[in-house]
Structures are given as C-alpha cells and as structure tokens.
Design a protein. Structure first.
Lengths: 493, 472
C-alpha cells in the first residue's frame, strides 16, 4: 500500500484546475475545458471506487494512512480513512462530475473559472474528510470558503453579494473559535494528531469549552437552528452547481465533524450537551419544516428542508447508539444524493423558464413527463418513502431516538409528517394542477445530459433504499468501535 | 578597535551615501546612475550582513552599545531586501510624477542606515540616534511629491506628530537614566529596583514613542493621512520598513533590560494589541481609498505582531518575526498591484477603480485575490500561518481573551478584504489599465503571490530560520 491513494484523490482535482488555469487564454475552448474538468473528476471518482474496493470492512482502524512531517515538531500531514469517512469521500467524488455535467446551460460567462472553482472545491472537500490531524482538517475546512464565496458571488443570482458575504462571514465567525480550541488542544495534550488524541483522551475539565468551540463551528456549518439563516440565502442565490455542492457535501462536513471530533474527542462533554443538541435538532426539524411549508421559492423550500434533514442527522448522532449514528450517516449520504438531485431539478426548470417561483409552474406533467417522473422519485425520497434511501436513514434515527427519549422521538416524527406535506404539496403545485401559464407549453423535456445526471442520482437513491447493506457494512465496525470507546470514556470518568 | 568588521554593513552604507551625494552634485543628470548604484549598495550590504550571520554568535561592541546577534542580522537583511524591492519597483512611479531625482534613493539609504543602527542598538542613546536618522529621512520622503498639497500635508503632519513622540520617548529615556544611572540596556537590567515606579513611567513613555512609530492604536492617528498623502512608493516603504526596525527595538527594549518587569508592561502591550486589531479592522470598513484602507489594515496587522510580543517567551518573539516577514511579502504584493493601476499616466487608488478588474486583467486580479485572502488570514495561504503561529504562542501563555478577540477581529477584517474582492469580481468592469509595466514590478508581484500561495508546502523553512532567534 505504498501508492499514496488519498493524497492523489486530494491533489488530482487541483492539478486539473491548474491545467485549466494555464489553458484558459483560448476563448473558444469552452467545450475542451469542460471535458478536461469532467475527465479529472471522473478519474477521481473511479479512484475512490477503487479505494472502496480495497477498503477493509472488518476493522475500525484508519486505513491508507499517510503520515509526513509538515511543520517540523508541530504538525504532521496525516490523512487516512475509516468506515465513517470513506462514504463521504465517495459521495464527493460522485457528486462533483455530475455538477460539472450540469453546468451546460446555466453558466454562460467565465466557464473556465467556474470549473476551476469546482475542482479546487473538490480538493478541499475530500481533504476535510480524509485529514487525521486537527490543523490539517481546519485548513481544508476553512479553505473551502474561498471557492464557494466566489461561486456564489460571481455566478449567483441578483442578491448574490449579500448571500456570499453572509455565507463567508457566518462560517468564518463560527470557525475561528474552533481554531482557538485546536491550538488549546495542542497545548493541553502536545499533539493535534487525531489518532493519538483518541488514545490519549482529553482531560475532562477542558472538554466542555473545547466542545462548545467546535460546536460553534459545526453548528453554523450544519446548519442548526438558530444559525441556519445563511443557508437559504446562499442556496437561493448560488448557481445550480453551487447549490448542489453546498447541499450535498458542504453541509456534511459538519455532521462528519460531530461524529469524528465531538463524539470522538470529547465524550464527557458530549454526554452533557446532548440535551442541547436534542432541543436544537427538534426545533430545527419542526420549525424549519413549517417554514418550508410556506415558501414560494422552490430553491428556498428545498434549502429549508435541508435544515430539517440535517436536524435529523444531529439528532441521530447524539443518540450515541449504533442505529442512530448509522442512520445519520445514511441520512447524510441520502440527503447528499436527493438534495443534489432536487436542486438540479429546480435548475432544469429554471434554465427553461427563468423563474424559481412555485406559482409560475403548474400542470407541466403532460408537457415534460420524463422530468415529472424523476422529480417524483426524488420528492418521495426526500420525504422518506420506504424503498428510498431517505427512509432507511430516518427510520434508523427515529428508532434510536425512541430508545433514548420518547418525547424527542415523537416530536421528530411529527417533522416527518410535515416533511411529507411540504414535499408533496410542492410536487402537486409544480407538476399537477391546471396549466394556466401558457409560456409553459414551450418547455422542452429533459435533454440527454440532464436525464443522465438525474438517473445517475436516482439509481443509488433507490438501490440503497432497497438494499442499504453495502453502506451499513462499511460503517458498522467503525461505529460500534466508536460507541464502545465513547461509553468506556464516559463511564470511566 | 576590536571587531570593527562586524559593523561593516553600516560603514559601507554611510560611505556610499556620502559618495552618492558627491556624485550627484558633480555629475549632471545622474539620477538613473545613482538609482542603480543605490540598488547595488543595498544588495551588497545585505550580502555582507548575511555573511556575518553565518560566522558570528552574539557579540557586543563599543562599550556594549551595539549588539550584533541573530535577531539583528535577520531583521537587517529583511530591511535591506524590502528597501531594495521598494526602490526597484518605484522607478516608473517616480518618473510619472517627475520626482525621479537623486535625493530619493539617497534618502532611502539614509533611513535604512538609521534603521540598521536602531536594530543593533543596545543603548538608549544609540537607539535614539538611529531613530532620529531614519525619521528625518522619512519626513522628507513623505513630502517628496512637494507640488502636491496632500504630500506636503502628509510630511508636515508626520513631522509634527513624530517630533512629539520623539520628545516623549526622550523623556522616558531620561527618567530611566535618572533612576538607573545608565543608558545601556545590559547595565539597566542589573541596576534597577523593581519597586521603583519611575522606571515604569520611563517604560511607558518609551513605549508610547515606539507605539507611535509602528502606528499602534491609540497612537495611530497620523498613519492614514500620511499613507494617503505620500507618494505610493513611499507609502509602500512606510508600511513595511520602519516597522521592522521599530518592532526589533520593541523586542530588545522590553526583553533585555525589563523582562523582570513583565507584569508592568504586559498589560500595556495587551491593550495596544487588542486596540490595534479591533480598531484597524473596524475603521477600515468605511474607507474608499486603497492607501487609507491599507493604513488601517497595517494598524490591525501590527496588533497581531504585538500579540506575539505580549507573551514574554521566545516562541512569541519568533512568531512576531514570522508575522512581520509574511506581512511584508503580502504588502509588497498588494502595492505591486496598486502600482499597476495606471492609465494614461494617472495612478488610480480608489477602491472603486478596481471595479470589474477581473474581466480585463484576470492575472492581476487573481494575484490580488490571493493576496487579499491571505491578508484576511484564510487558509491555506501564508497569512493564515502567520496568525496561526501568533495565536499558538498566545494560547501557550493561556491568554485566551487576547486570542479570541484577535480571531474575532479577523472576521471583521475579512469583511473589508472581501469587499475589495467583491468589487473586483462581482461588479461591472471599467476601462483597461496599462499593461506595459516594468519587468521588476511584474516579477515582484509574481514572486510575492507565489510565495503566499505555496507557503503551505514548505512551512518549516521559515520557522527553521527564525527559530535561531533567542533573546531570553
């Protein structure tokens, strides 16, 4: 295992971006640029699949670890994956090529720069999920702000400047406290290496503050109520591909961070703050679902539904049970696929009609039937119909929640019902009903690349809905080990 | 005279200044030659200083009034190189304003000489001599574009306020001399009685004078006006070079004689640091002129450098030095961009003039983008590491309050850097700027941008160099 497969995964998109950067002077090369970007990201995808095949599911230890001296005597560049992170890596490499395919019509100006931004973004996102050192993690976590800021700001909608600033400053504000915490950890324990920290443990008396500092960063990124307000703005204004990346992957960084760092490093504090997370999650689920119900803008509706779904994720993580955490990870993967697809669906009709308002549409089922079918699949997946991946995650989370706290589980289940309501109502208003707007008759059904992207997303959604075994097998050992360590640490202190 | 070879760099510069002055008097139209010779002089001096560094350990000369150690050599080299680059990239700017005359390089050389004396000083009087030498040269430099009202105003303001601060500083020196009987740092450190309040008064006065020179809040009032009014190339000089020297004196003055009094001066520095970081970040938000904005940004950056000095540890000093080094590289890049904003012999310096820069000048704007994100301290750029080292040493001393305030003010500061990026990338484009810049300007921009960008690949190198600085 000498080939540095993880570093290649991290670096490859950047190399592609560099290549694009130096070939950009020829203006007619738009198509070439796209193929270069697509090729890079596809190579990365197959590399990550190869990684999954090589991955040993029977151990919870970190695999493919690379450890190099980076800042002498201070920080090592250390990357590796275990059952928890590998799925996110694959999700990232899977979503990125689809994003690149989807930029067909929506991005008309500065395509080259856009592709560069997406590829650089991919580097940072994979880096976040692979890094096994807190400083390296922070580096990738924060660096992602730069390309995302530009994606929203340059290619976004009318209020893009406001949204881009809000996104950047909210996230940065959350994260600086995490930096303080990371440096403190270094002075308390003498290392920022996650694997060593797992073994050493952190003194209980420091844990609460450190937990809160990490929480401030993850809560903004998740986003949890009440710091979720940047998300609808960012989603609405970002171009389709940007929204897809945001919803599918960026939000998962925080969920991943909760599992990896909050549970792994600060078990005692997590135990103390679990009620806080429960309350915030339940508020997020019910409150934002109700808000989603009243939205008139399709993208905003899906953005609020993302907040609600992430509420389930945080709830599941802090049940600290096998099903709960497994459910959370599956929910995150599923939400990555489904929300990506929903944003693409919105992008497709937006490209044709230049309106995101629900009221513009109605009765388009006869005009664009293929679209209607695929949109239905994702609508149902978003509301968690059995047979879709959304169901598996929510079901596991609720099961764990019932074991832990009956009231919370009941309230969360209420959110499922509201979720079904707003998704179905959205579908009804957009697809069915009377065809009033005569402009809609000119709409063309999905073209090949759109159909291809959506089908690509639909297949795993349904497949993992019926047969989630591959996912569960991958994460099972790592999670049970994590929980054992967690319980051991909590009990012993 | 033993060890006189150790001050060869200073001697060499002084002789060169005299030679250049005479050359300038007797030879007509010699500005170009003198400009080039000055460049050479700076480079040669840097090489001599570098050679010294390899061979010597800490040495004290001339009745213990001059100290040559690793810190002084490092800071001198940085000073010389920064001055070299300033001189290198400013020629086109000076020609445009018809101030490409012999006095300019000579004044820069004399101020550099003053700074080198400051950096090496181990005695209050030597230190004051160096300080005045550099200040006098800087007053003239600030008003160098004398046909412009703003430039003269800048020079006058700088002169009046600087003279006042020098007065305070001298008063502090005399207090310290009165209560210890010596002006020598080493002697002072053995002579004073820690319970003597007069000593503390002396330290406070000297700190005020020094804080003025590095424009730390609340002694920053002159900076925005002077930075805006001076010719851009001089502003570039102001933002970097005098601060290196003043910061070195800060280190030496606080850590050699008065380390025992850390309880007394630590809180003063904490205040200076926090006030500079916050004020610099908040006041920059409303600025419209890029030079004013960079003035406030440099105030807040000085706050971070001071945060490293608060700690009272070698780690802290080293992190400050690293911070200044990286800050200088970022500043060089920023000003290279500023010097490129020229159209039909007019230099533009309002933020709005950057509007839509990315359409017409993609390379220039991507460089500026990188520099600005680095100034904001976003990873993985060099500016992040600079802040990281500072906060590492601050948190080591359990000064969480300082660290949190500092990091929160980076968020505020990020806002105005983002605003520039927004104007560059999100707004409508204006006319093209000239593209025929001098090779040196392009090189300095390319190098500074690349250094900032790839710093994260080799972060150990700079630390290795700086970690040899041991004051305590």
């Amino acid at each position: 295992m000498n080939f540095p497969i993880l570093s290649s995964l991290i670096l490859l998109p950047s190399i592609g971006a560099l290549f694009l950067f130096f070939t950009k002077s020829k203006s007619e090369n738009k198509i070439t640029a796209k193929y270069v970007a697509l090729f890079t990201s596809l190579v990365n995808f197959f590399l990550s699949i190869y990684l999954w095949i090589l991955f040993d599911q029977t151990t919870s230890a970190f695999q493919f670890v690379e450890d190099r001296i980076w800042i002498k005597g201070l920080i090592n560049y250390k990357v590796g994956v275990d059952g928890i992170s590998i799925l996110f890596v694959i999700l990232t490499t899977f979503i990125t090529p689809l994003c690149i395919i989807s930029v067909n019509n929506s991005i008309t100006k500065r395509l080259n720069e856009f592709l560069i931004a997406i590829l650089v973004m991919e580097t940072f996102m994979i880096g976040v999920f692979c890094s096994l050192d807190l400083v390296v993690f922070y580096l990738f976590f924060e660096a992602g702000l730069i390309p995302m800021f530009l994606i929203i700001g340059i290619w976004g909608g009318t209020r893009r400047v406001y949204s881009a600033f809000k996104f950047f400053l909210f996230t940065l504000l959350g994260s600086v406290l995490m930096l303080v915490a990371i440096i403190s950890i270094y002075w308390i324990t003498g290392t920022t290496d996650v694997v060593q920290l797992y073994e050493l443990g952190i003194d209980v008396k420091y844990q609460n503050f450190l937990w809160l500092a990490f929480f401030s960063s993850f809560a903004v990124k998740t986003p949890m109520w009440p710091v979720h307000t940047w998300l609808p703005d960012a989603h609405v204004e970002a171009p389709t591909a940007g929204s897809v990346l945001l919803a599918a992957i960026l939000l998962k960084m925080a969920g991943y961070g909760f599992i990896r760092f909050s549970l792994g490093l600060f078990p005692s504090a997590s135990e103390i703050f679990t009620p806080l997370i429960y309350i915030l999650s339940v508020i997020a689920i019910i409150f934002t679902s109700l808000i989603a119900l009243m939205q008139e803008d399709m993208k905003k509706l899906i953005a609020y539904s993302s907040v609600a779904h992430m509420g389930f994720v945080t709830l599941g993580i802090f049940t600290i049970q096998q099903q709960g955490i497994e459910g959370s990870i599956i929910q995150m993967i599923s939400h990555g696929l489904v929300s990506a697809a929903l944003f693409l669906c919105v992008g497709i009709v937006y490209d044709r009609m230049h309106s995101r308002l629900i009221a513009t549409y109605g009765g388009i089922v006869t005009i664009i039937p293929k679209y209607a079918i695929l949109f239905m699949v994702f609508t149902l997946a978003a509301l968690g119909l059995p047979g879709t991946s959304g169901f598996v995650g929510e079901f596991l989370i609720l099961m764990a929640a019932f074991k832990d706290n009956f009231l919370v589980a009941v309230l969360a289940s209420l959110g499922v019902i509201i979720g079904a309501a707003y998704m179905l109502w959205l579908y009804k208003r957009v697809i069915f009903g009377k065809l009033i707007n005569s402009e809609l008759k000119k709409m063309i059904d999905l073209n090949k690349s759109e159909a291809f992207t959506l089908t690509c997303l639909a297949i795993p959604t349904l497949y993992f809905g019926f047969y989630p075994e591959p996912l569960i097998n991958t994460i099972e050992v790592s999670i049970s080990d994590l929980i054992d360590t967690y319980n051991f640490n909590v009990v012993s202190k | 005279m033993i060890n006189i070879e150790l001050i060869f760099p200073e001697i060499f510069i002084s002789l060169s200044i005299m030679f250049l002055l005479i050359l300038g008097v007797f030879k007509k139209n010699s500005s170009k030659i003198i400009h080039n010779i000055s460049l050479l002089v700076l480079l040669i001096t840097a090489v001599i200083t570098f050679n010294e560094t390899i061979s010597i350990n800490r040495t004290i000369l001339f009745n213990e009034s001059i100290v040559i150690d690793y810190l002084s050599s490092f800071m001198k080299i940085i000073t010389l190189l920064a001055a070299f680059v300033v001189l290198l990239i400013s020629s086109n700017y000076l020609k445009t304003f018809k101030i490409f005359i012999i006095e300019y390089p000579i004044l820069i050389l004399s101020s550099v000489l003053g700074m080198m004396i400051m950096i090496s000083s181990n005695d209050l009087i030597v230190f004051y001599m160096g300080l005045e030498l550099q200040s006098l040269a800087l007053y003239v430099l600030a008003t160098f574009n004398r046909d412009q009202l703003k430039s003269s105003e800048a020079g006058l303001k700088y002169f009046v306020l600087s003279a006042l601060s020098s007065g305070l500083l001298l008063y502090g020196c005399s207090l310290i001399y009165g209560f210890t009987g010596s002006t020598n740092f080493n002697v002072i450190s053995t002579q004073f009685n820690t319970n003597e309040y007069a000593i503390t008064f002396g330290i406070v006065f000297i700190l005020v004078g020094l804080a003025f020179k590095i424009s730390a809040v609340p002694f920053h009032m002159w900076a925005p006006d002077v930075y805006e009014g001076s010719p851009t190339s001089v502003t570039l000089f102001f933002t970097m070079v005098p601060k290196i020297a003043a910061l070195t004196v800060f280190i030496r003055f606080l850590y050699v004689p008065f380390l025992n009094l850390i309880d007394q001066w630590q809180m003063i520095l904490v205040f200076l640091s926090i006030a500079s970081m916050l004020f610099g970040a908040i006041a920059a938000i409303g600025q419209k002129n890029l030079k004013r904005l960079i003035a406030y940004s440099s105030i807040s950056h000085i706050g971070y450098a001071l945060a490293g000095l608060v700690t009272g540890s070698n780690d802290g000093i080293q992190s400050s030095v690293i911070y200044m080094t990286i800050y200088i590289i970022m500043n060089l890049g920023f000003f290279s961009c500023l010097l490129m904003m020229k159209r039909n012999n007019i230099y533009y310096e309002q933020i709005d003039d950057l509007s839509g820069l990315s359409k017409n000048h993609p390379l220039l704007s991507i460089s500026l983008l990188i520099i600005l994100f680095s100034l904001a301290g976003i990873p993985p750029l060099a500016g992040f590491f600079a802040k990281f080292y500072i906060f590492k040493s601050v948190i080591e001393q359990s000064m969480y309050f300082l660290a949190i305030v500092g990091l929160l003010s980076t968020v505020v500061a990020a806002f105005y850097y983002l605003r520039i990026i927004k104007i560059m990338y999100f707004d409508k484009e204006k006319d093209c700027y000239d593209k025929d810049h001098s090779l040196w300007l392009k090189l300095s921009l390319t190098f500074s941008t690349l250094l900032i960008l790839i710093y994260f690949i080799f972060p150990s190198e700079l630390i290795d160099v700086v970690s040899k600085i041991n004051i305590i």
